[in-house]
Design a protein around this ligand. Sequence first.
Ligand code: MV4
Length: 465
Amino acid sequence: MFRKVLIANRGEIALRVIRACRELGIATVAVHSTADNDAMFVRLADESICVGPPAAKESYMNIPALLTACDITGAEAIHPGYGFLSENAAFADILDEHGITLIGPKADHIRIMGDKISAKVTARKLNIPTVPGSEGGVDTFEDAQKVADEMGYPVIIKAAAGGGGRGMHVVLTEAELESGFKNAKRDAAALYSDDSVYIEKYLTSPRHIEIQVMGDKHGNAVHLGERDCSLQRRHQKVVEEAPSPVINAQIRQEIGEICAKAMRDMGYVGAGTIEFLYEAGKFYFIEMNTRIQVEHPITEEVTGIDLVREQILVAAGYPLSFTQEDIKFTGHAIECRINAENPKTFVPSPGTIEGFHTPGGLGVRVDSGVYAGYKIPPYYDSLLGKLIVHGRDRPEALMRLSRCLREFVINGKGIHTTLPLFKALMENQDFLDGNYDIEFLKDIPEFSQTMLLQVDEDEQFHPSP
Ligand code: MV4
């Protein structure tokens, strides 16, 4: 087992990794930027090293500085969390060359899934159902026309180097195809210096359902069920739940076994997420994420399995501590992402948190990296933390969520959070019924414009100590 692990991340996920390491008896090294001197994860790690200025490229993603930090502290492995270097195949190669273990998949698997064309080709070879479309990339307008004519409109043109909602062009009719194709190529070249694109049938009202998988270095791979992540705004997930309201045990087992077998066949190691669009009872692969995800706790809540602990164990060469048969899905979990964001610019609120009170009680989990008195730096994503509730069934989880949203207090001058949005969502009958798709939040007024939560307007203000 590793004696010491370095965490190349910040915020709530750095804290999450510290907690898993502590339970395994592994010492932790936090690396941080000058903007995060006072962050909770820096205080709670066993050691900390400042690796650079606020800009992530010069600190959290500064590979030479991370290698030096490993050298100075004797850390044997790096957990990259999510974002930053977590899906950087070149980083994985460099760690290999330096004899440092990446707590993550093989470099080649990160590389294959990073290119959305090779990801889809690989998925199809592994018998994972994919969206109808081009076999690989489409280089010319004539080829695009042939593929689109065969499957019919609307179609979507996606950049191979894209993902997560960037570099996509929807083409509704044949008349728009030529301009759509040219624009897609031009944008892909400008955004990614890679103009490779591919074409798919455009699904108009799918749900976004993803399957959690885990593999080890002994040829074992399992699935841990699905998460429904359809509730998104501007390609940012807002609420996630497990199980999906539209997936039953039989469907879960079918798609889950397809994914687990695919991971066994490719020899995948570590945690991964296979993303699907789900429409009219069918799954269509879109992408695979080769990292732990923000919303992993809802899977932990319904399976009782510590995914980060398991990531560390399999990276150290241990077999998965459970088999597929051991995994029992219990109850229902919902996660709300608590963001601090300016309602007009959607950039992080630069304020200081004065009042911070988290809900508690049975079935309640708050994964957060902040505290009363903490000054939110403006340089990073706006996630303050996650409220995760678990209940015996969906109605109980919803009731618990409603109760928790009333208890949660986050305030301070200039601080705006997404908490009021969730309260509004709890009033929506379609959400309560589980009746939503990826377009749902577009029609909810509170989500098209973030509401303000200000100190002097908040009747729940708790003065800081
Ligand atoms: C699609 C699609 C419809 N049809 N592909 C957006 C993010 C990227 N991972 C894939 N995305 C989509 N791909 C086909 N063939 C619709 C989306 C999409 C979406 C997907 C998941 C969650 C939210 C979304 C919001 C808008 C569009």
